[in-house]
Design a binder for this molecule. Sequence first.
Ligand code: R7I
Ligand code: MG
Ligand code: MG
Length: 331
Amino acid sequence: MISKELLHDKFRGAILGCFLGDAFGSGFEGMNPEKARFHMDNLDSPSVHHFVSKKFPRSYTDDTDMTLAVVESIIQSSGVSPENIAKQFSLYCDLTRGYAIGAIKSVLALRAGMKWYEVARIVFENGSFGNGAAMRVSPVGLFYHHDLDSLQEAAIQQANITHVHPLGQWGAVMQACSVALAVNQNPKESFKKEEAIIHLREVLWCGPIEYIKALNKIEEMLAQGKKLQAREVVQSLGNGVEAHFSVPTACYIAMNYSPDFCDAIRAAISLGGDTDTIAGMVGAIVGAHVGEKGLPVEWIEQLEDGPRGLSFARDLADRLFETWWKIHQTS
Ligand code: R7I
Ligand code: MG
Ligand code: MG
């Protein structure tokens, strides 16, 4: 049984972990593993360079922007309501923050008055299989960490606003489930990987075969008991913007490196490719494992703190926890 204080800290850890991974990873987006490794110095304290460069600022992108909108909505609705999430997207998404084409068009359509259930096919006929529904889903993993059946349904519902392709939907399920499993881990111990794989398989079995195949690979890679080279991880699981080539990658890195948050983020970024999103998803999972107390203070201090920045994100994490606690403290 997790104490109230620890659970609260884990909610903060996941939300700020996503923010950190996104903000620290975004400057590396699109690099290959060798180039990402070459620039890894930029990940350390700005005191190294006396300033944070333009390419490596600590500002957040769409990953955090949308995650915070989902948090606000869950607080308002005491759960996942796609209609309300769509309303938050319409009101708050800052489309200057590195959004991909599908998300931009969906948000603009919502702003133009289109119903939330009509927008998801306006760019891709069969729905998007981008990782956008997974990158923003960590609050769903937190809020349903006690009930994986409800979590699966809620993750798909929140995906459906923009990602009705099964690969997009189930990427969100896999990421939300990984966050939930991390909440239930002891922060003083390493991630119980074998148990986690069993739970993930139970949740993912009725989704697309791609995720079961990826899970089999993850199991094999973890069984080797060593930390694979970036190139090998990319070859096996991918580092792309597609949900099925990024969510399993993030789960593998998180499980392999947690509870060491900085090592996990470095490993995620060193893969290159969709670095802000993979590091953001890794950050959410590891953050849910270790809580805010396990996050690097000197990294947190560097995060953007504007109107929807660090303090706002921490406050939202607190309110998400309070909403959960009010519902579940007596049951
Ligand atoms: O999924 P989405 O919100 O993108 C998230 C990514 C993250 O890396 C963020 O950091 C940000 O950079 O964007 O946005 P979508 O446009 O729905 O999907 C992302 C991309 O996946 C698309 O722009 C396409 O390149 C690709 N994609 C598809 N390509 C062909 N056919 C997604 N679905 C399809 C498809 O059906
Ligand atoms: Mg981004
Ligand atoms: Mg990205």
